[in-house]
Design a protein around this ligand. Structure first.
Ligand code: CAA
Length: 264
């Protein structure tokens, strides 16, 4: 598929196994219109299907925004019936989050507001530039988060801060986001992609099946009771012990060499 609103680079900047996806509407601060939505769903499916790619990064083009939200201009004339009948925003969660079993990182390079903040929170983790700003300002438009903000932000930073952000629409700085555990770390904007690529390269160097398993386990912590999650963890661990990569990984450790992964 040829894309018009995103770019995709496999083995990005020479980093083997790492795909860089970039939302490319800088004049609209990378607002998420239906073209971006459709193209991201396609690109994430292609990333998931490509066995040579083991970690992805999602960022925004330009220096100002990761994504300033769902496209307000596109939404302004839509009727409620259209939003409801199309189950508006549902594909993001069902297609991207549920079907992307391999890891991906959001590299937030500026505003991440509304759907932009929600999209970043769908990632496995967020690295941000020091000028990044996060927020759920939908209330100022007479609406509310629609792509998971009220749920994922609350799970990430707790009720008080999340409630305050949703009710006031205020923005959170990268420094506050780091302090509040919304992001892993903030780095100078000029270093953001290099930092994300380095982190993604480390992930891509791990045994691929164990990577998917680790992601599945951590995500289970959000979906299940502690007892259920612990059972899932134990079962996945036990399954991994039957893998060729477990044999190789443990032998490589004992022989003091790097493991050669088969992904099985
Ligand atoms: N949708 C459509 N266009 C947008 C946009 C959005 N979410 N955000 C910015 N743009 C456009 C602006 O309309 C403007 O276009 P023009 O040059 O054609 O006028 C261009 O991007 C640049 O924006 P500004 O001139 O506003 O830039 P600024 O630096 O003065 O302000 C900003 C930056 C504070 C991010 C401001 O653009 C802003 O508040 N944007 C909207 C943020 C927002 O409300 N997001 C939530 C959207 S609703 C949502 O996401 C629902 C959901 O839960 C999924």
């Amino acid at each position: 598929m040829t894309y018009e609103a995103i770019t995709v680079e496999t083995n990005a900047q020479g980093t083997k196994g790492v795909t860089l996806l970039t939302i490319n509407r800088p004049k609209a601060l990378n607002a998420l219109n239906s073209t971006v939505l459709a193209e991201l769903i396609d690109a994430f499916a292609a990333y998931q299907a490509d066995d040579s790619q083991l970690c992805a990064i999602l960022t925004g083009s330009g220096e100002k925004a990761f994504a300033a939200g769902a496209d307000i201009k596109e939404m302004s004339d839509k009727a409620a019936a259209d939003f409801y009948l199309d189950d508006f925003f549902s594909p993001w969660t069902s297609e991207i989050v549920k079907k992307t079993r391999k890891p991906w990182i959001a590299a937030v390079n500026g505003f991440a507001l509304g759907g932009g903040c929600e999209l970043a929170m769908m990632a496995d983790f967020i690295i941000a530039s020091d000028n990044a700003k996060f927020g759920q300002p939908e209330i100022k438009l007479g609406v509310a988060p629609g792509m998971g903000g009220s749920q994922r932000l609350t799970r990430a930073i707790g009720k008080s801060k999340s409630m305050e952000m949703c009710l006031t629409g205020r923005m959170m700085s990268a420094e506050e986001a780091e302090r509040s555990n919304l992001i892993v770390r903030s780095v100078p904007q000029a270093d953001l992609i290099a930092d994300a690529l380095k982190t993604a390269a480390t992930i891509a160097s791990m045994p691929p099946m164990a990577t998917i398993a680790n992601k599945e386990m951590v995500n289970s912590a959000f979906e299940m009771t502690l007892d259920q999650g612990l059972i899932v963890e134990r079962r996945i661990f036990q399954i991994l012990t039957a893998s060729e990569d477990k044999k190789e990984g443990m032998e490589a450790f004992i022989e003091k060499r790097e493991g050669q992964w088969k992904g099985r």
